[in-house]
Design a protein around this ligand. Structure first.
Ligand SMILES: Cc1cc2nc3c(=O)[nH]c(=O)nc-3n(C[C@H](O)[C@H](O)[C@H](O)COP(=O)(O)OP(=O)(O)OC[C@H]3O[C@@H](n4cnc5c(N)ncnc54)[C@H](O)[C@@H]3O)c2cc1C
Length: 307
């Protein structure tokens, strides 16, 4: 009974959407739930038509109930090893081992945050990375971008669209030439040079950013994390990757198939920029593609001359 049509690795929006489509196609599906989604600390899922503002955990809870009603099994545990086995794959988690003909890789990414005191505790609350997710809620207020990597320059350009009152802390990580400084000045962006030492809060409420010995008051902070794909369990596969401005992601075709036959990928692991609605759509598309491949397998088997 440890054998499935499909195992879905990751119970976020992408993984559960794939499971929903496969469950409705009456496939035997196991979802491995390795822990909280990337946006777990945020209060709301913003920008999702129809459920805009729902809490991320509530969204996934609704999804879990819906897929379980279809007979999809959800098991808590992170896949620690995936390997080729027979007509598909073996997946190991927490001492258990399962087999599946197809796999959905929907394990998302981990945001590696800059090592600045106060950043990690506020991530998703008053420290953000994505203006599309959080810009509306803090628009028009005094906002900060803390330089962490080359993408920070892009973040300044983006966040400036949500406020006229923006300060960039270069944080000794991004260098601005004279032309860029002139451009930032022309767009009204204040630049504070030197390292940032901490995010300052009083009674849990954000006060500002400490740099050069002073606290600069701001209403919210933007940082660019380094996005690390959750791929450790797939170390044994020669997964093709593709470069993007946000870093490498798993390369897929238009329906989410990777270069490893039988392995599909959906959500942030294959598209680091996708918001929840896009991750869910990618999962749904992968679910249908996998079901289609299983349907074709049955017809191909029937076309073989019987012995
Ligand atoms: C702070 C923050 C706020 C955000 N706010 C918004 C917002 O308002 N609106 C919006 O649209 N988007 C928002 N996003 C983006 C959103 O988080 C992503 O679009 C979405 O989570 C991508 O879905 P996913 O299913 O690909 O990944 P995830 O939701 O991260 O799901 C992947 C799941 O796989 C699990 N996993 C990891 N490794 C394994 C393993 N080995 N085995 C099994 N499971 C594993 C993870 O624990 C996780 O539960 C925000 C992101 C952040 C960081």
């Amino acid at each position: 009974m440890n054998s499935y049509d499909t195992i879905v690795i990751g119970a976020g929006a992408a993984g559960l959407s794939a499971a929903l489509v496969l469950g409705r196609a009456r496939r035997r599906v196991l979802v491995l739930d390795g822990g909280p989604p990337r946006n777990a600390r945020a209060a709301h899922v913003n920008g999702y038509l129809g459920i805009d503002g729902l809490s991320p955990l509530e969204l996934l809870e609704v999804g879990r109930v819906q897929v379980e009603k279809l007979g999809v099994e959800i098991v808590a545990g992170a896949a620690s090893l995936v390997e080729a086995e027979g007509d598909g794959f073996a997946v190991v988690a927490g001492g258990e081992r399962w087999h599946a003909k197809r796999l959905v890789l929907a394990a998302g990414i981990t945001d590696a945050l800059p090592d600045i005191p106060g950043v990690a505790e506020g991530f998703g609350v008053d420290v953000f990375h994505c203006p599309y997710c959080h810009g509306y809620e803090v628009a028009g207020r005094r906002l900060a971008v803390i330089g962490t990597q080359p993408m920070s320059g892009h973040q300044v350009r983006m966040v400036r669209q949500w406020t006229d009152d923006l300060v960039l802390f270069t944080n000794d990580t991004i260098e601005l030439d004279a032309a860029e400084r002139r451009l930032f000045a022309a767009r009204g962006v204040e630049v504070v040079d030197g390292p940032v030492s901490e995010i300052v809060r009083r009674d849990g409420a954000l006060q500002g950013v400490r740099a050069g010995g002073s606290v600069h008051e701001v209403a919210a902070v933007f940082v660019a994390p380094t996005m690390v794909l959750n791929l450790d369990a797939f170390a044994g596969f020669d997964l093709e990757m593709t470069d993007t401005p946000m870093g490498p992601v798993v390369a897929t075709d238009q329906v989410g198939a990777t270069n490893v036959p039988g392995l599909w990928a959906a959500g942030n692991v294959a598209d680091a920029g996708s918001q929840v609605i896009a991750a869910a759509a990618q999962g749904a598309r992968v679910g249908a593609a996998i079901n289609g491949s299983l349907v074709e397998e049955d017809w191909a088997a029937a076309a073989q001359p019987s012995s």
